[in-house]
Design a protein around this ligand. Structure first.
Ligand SMILES: [Zn+2]
Length: 243
């Protein structure tokens, strides 16, 4: 006899309320950099921001130099509305646009022709991170897709990302595969010389070890025909809070 399934028997996590919004302003910019720093060892200092978060903060408006080349960045943040009315950020991601020459410089040196690979307008997906307690709810997927939609809406013809390869645990590989990205090349010890902290392989700034993690460069031509033109709207995800 087969007993009816009850909700308690399912292995899926309880539904949780969260929403995705576009990052905007100084607080959001520093939140994104703290994530980037904590999970990927990117530099973090008070009153200083890397270029993408710098634009998210709106600091770009203060520069009057019109000759300065303007790149564009998009931050997305996942937020949980607590019962007490407070909003808590539970994850975030960042993307940035590069013209052809700037993208060629950004691409790692590998067994491919960087000049041929880079498009005219390129989106780089820098990172997408979800707090440990909030993984498994589809948030990473939404952070990923929101940035793709943004890139596509901005006219990008190529999108790139460096995906961490973890022998155990979660990787972004299924996301890239689901969206038909091509694995261009695998890099062993990709961050050996540039990152002095890596929670994945247990390297910290105060030890002499180097990050030994392996990454894959992923690439995909745009446009996608199945992405919606709207950036952050989505009515078909039951785990997402309706704005
Ligand atoms: Zn590592």
């Amino acid at each position: 006899m087969i007993s009816p399934r009850t909700p308690g028997e399912t292995t899926r996590p309880e539904p949780r309320v969260w929403n995705i919004r576009q990052a905007d302003g100084r607080t959001d910019a520093f939140y994104l950099v703290r994530l980037w720093h904590h999970y990927f060892g990117v530099e973090y200092e008070a009153n200083w921001l890397p270029y993408g978060p710098y634009q998210v903060a709106g600091w770009d408006d203060e520069t009057e130099d019109e000759d300065e080349e303007t790149r564009e960045a998009c931050g997305v943040i996942a937020t949980h509305g607590r019962e007490d009315g407070q909003a808590v950020d539970v994850g975030g991601g960042l993307a940035e646009l590069f013209d052809h020459d700037a993208m060629v410089e950004q691409l790692p040196d590998g067994r491919f022709d960087r000049d041929a690979l880079a498009g005219q307008c390129n989106a780089m997906l820098w990172f997408g991170i979800v707090d440990q307690a909030w993984r498994g709810y589809g948030i990473g997927h939404r952070l990923f897709r929101a940035r793709l939609e943004w890139a596509q809406a901005r006219g990008a013809d190529m999108v790139f990302s460096i995906g961490w390869e973890r022998p155990e645990g979660r990787t972004s590989r299924p996301l890239f595969e689901q969206y038909d990205f091509v694995p261009v090349q695998r890099f062993d010890g990709y961050y050996r010389e540039t990152r002095d902290a890596c929670p994945d392989c247990g390297v910290w700034p105060n030890d002499d070890r180097e990050c030994t993690c392996t990454t894959t460069l992923w690439a995909r031509e745009l446009p996608f025909d199945r992405l919606s033109p709207s950036l952050l709207e989505d009515g078909d995800d039951p785990s997402a809070e309706t704005p």
